[in-house]
Design a protein around this ligand. Structure first.
Ligand SMILES: Cc1ncc(COP(=O)(O)O)c(C=O)c1O
Length: 372
C-alpha cells in the first residue's frame, strides 16, 4: 500500500496551520458532516483511530464489564483489544472460508448467556453479510457493531458498508484507502449514542473546547462521567476532507487493478483471489490470494519467491487467538481462521501502480520454481 497524497492535501493542512486552530474544531465538524453524507448515515463522530472508535462504540451501545462480545480472531488485533478496553470478554468466532468474515452460523455457535455484542468486520474491505448476523442478534438484544476499518468505498446491498449498522467504526490509518495519518470515525443513526460518543471522546466535557474557545466568557463545563482523549485534530480532518473527495476515484482504480490481478490469477492453478461476494462490492483495500496445495510453493515459499524478485508482499490477516496476548483464549476450534491465516498473502496494490509494475507481480506468480 502507498497512500495517494498530493498538493491539495498539502494546501488544506497549510490552511489549518495558517488559521491558528489546529486541534479539534471546524475542520473536524466539516469532515464528520461530509463523511456522514457519503456513507449514508445520520451521525459521524471523528476519533483518534478506529480502535478508539470501537471502544466508544461498545460503551455507548451498552457493553459492560463482564459481558461477552463475539469477534473474529481473523482480524487485526485491535478488534479484540477494544472489547478488553470496555471490560468485556472477546469470544472468538470462526469465519467463512471464501470471504474471511463472520457468518450467522459462526456467531450462533459461540453465543453465551452473557453475549451483549458482536463486532462484525468487513475484513480487507470485503463486506460482511451484516443483515444475516443482525437477523440472529437483533431479536436477542445483542448489538452488532460493524468494524468497517477497511470498508470505506465498499458497498453492501447497494449501499455503502456501515449504512445498515446500528453503529460502525472506521480507520484512516495510511494502510487504509482514505487516510488522515492516524484517525477514525464512529457512525450511527442513533442520535443519543452519537452525542455520548462526542462527549466521551473529549474527556466527557459538557461543553466542547471549540465552543468554549468561540465564546468570550467561556461557560463552565461539567464532567458527568469518565471520558477519554480520543480526539482528531483539524490538521487530520483537513486531510480527510480532501481524501474523501478522492475516494470514488481511488476505489475505481483499485477495482480496475484488482480485475487485472483476478483475470491473471484465474489462469494460475493453485491460487485463489479474493472476490466480490454476492451481496456487495469490495474496495479491494487488501487484495489477498489463497495459496492452495496444487501450487508449487506454499505461502511462505511464495512470499520468499516474490521477495527474491524485489516484490514486497505481505502475510495475510493475522489470527488474534494465536498471539501470546490471547493465549488459551479461544473457546471453540477456529479451523478456517487458521487455514486462511496460514495460506493467504496480500499482493501489492496502490493507486499509482503502473501496468508494468503489475505485470511484474503477475509474471512472478506464474513463473515459480518448484518447492524447496
Ligand atoms: C479490522 C480492523 N479493525 C481495527 C483496526 C485498527 O485501526 P486503527 O489503526 O485506526 O486503530 C484495523 C487496522 O488495521 C483493522 O484492520
Amino acid at each position: 500500500m502507498q497512500p495517494w497524497l498530493g498538493e491539495e492535501e498539502t494546501a488544506a493542512v497549510g490552511e489549518v496551520i495558517a488559521s491558528g486552530w489546529v486541534a479539534q474544531g471546524p475542520r473536524v465538524a466539516e469532515f464528520e458532516r461530509q463523511f456522514a453524507g457519503t456513507q449514508g448515515v445520520a451521525h459521524a463522530v471523528a476519533t483518534s483511530s478506529c480502535t478508539t472508535a470501537l471502544h466508544l462504540a461498545l460503551i455507548v451501545a451498552g457493553v459492560r464489564p463482564g459481558d461477552d462480545v463475539v469477534v473474529p480472531s481473523f482480524s487485526f488485533i485491535a478488534t479484540a483489544n477494544a472489547v478488553v478496553y470496555a471490560g468485556a470478554r472477546p469470544v472468538f468466532a470462526d469465519v467463512d472460508p471464501v470471504t474471511g468474515n463472520l457468518t450467522r452460523e459462526s456467531v450462533e455457535m459461540v453465543l453465551t448467556d452473557r453475549t451483549r455484542g458482536v463486532i462484525a468486520v468487513d475484513q480487507g474491505g470485503v463486506p460482511v453479510d451484516l443483515l444475516e448476523i443482525r437477523t440472529l442478534c437483533d431479536p436477542l438484544g445483542i448489538v452488532v457493531v460493524e468494524d468497517a476499518a477497511c470498508g470505506a468505498g465498499s458497498t453492501y446491498r447497494s449501499r455503502p458498508v456501515g449504512a445498515g449498522a446500528d453503529i460502525a467504526a472506521w480507520s484512516f490509518h495510511p494502510r487504509k484507502i482514505l487516510t488522515t495519518g492516524e484517525g477514525g470515525m464512529l457512525t450511527t443513526p442513533n442520535e443519543e449514542w452519537a452525542a455520548r460518543a462526542r462527549r466521551l471522546r473529549e474527556h466527557a466535557m459538557s461543553v466542547s473546547a471549540a465552543d468554549r474557545h468561540a465564546s468570550v466568557l467561556a461557560p463552565a463545563e461539567d464532567y458527568e462521567e469518565i471520558g477519554f482523549n480520543y480526539r482528531m485534530t483539524d490538521l487530520q480532518a483537513a486531510l480527510g476532507i480532501v481524501q474523501l473527495g478522492r475516494l470514488p476515484e481511488v476505489v475505481a482504480r483499485r477495482r480496475e487493478l484488482a480485475g487485472v490481478y483476478a483475470a491473471a490469477i484465474a489462469a494460475v492453478p493453485g491460487l485463489r483471489a479474493v472476490a466480490d461476494p454476492p451481496w456487495g462490492a469490495c474496495n479491494y483495500q487488501s487484495f489477498w490470494v489463497e495459496v492452495r496445495p496444487e501450487y508449487p510453493l506454499d505461502r511462505d515459499g511464495l512470499l520468499a519467491h516474490l521477495a527474491s524478485t524485489g516484490i514486497s508482499a505481505r502475510r495475510g490477516i493475522m489470527a488474534a487467538h494465536r498471539q501470546p496476548a490471547y493465549a488459551g483464549h479461544a473457546d471453540v476450534p477456529l479451523p478456517v481462521t487458521e487455514h486462511l491465516t496460514d495460506t493467504t498473502l496480500i499482493l501489492p496494490l496502490f493507486h499509482q501502480m503502473t501496468p508494468s509494475q503489475q505485470e511484474r507481480v503477475v509474471n512472478a506468480l506464474s513463473s515459480v520454481p518448484a518447492q524447496v
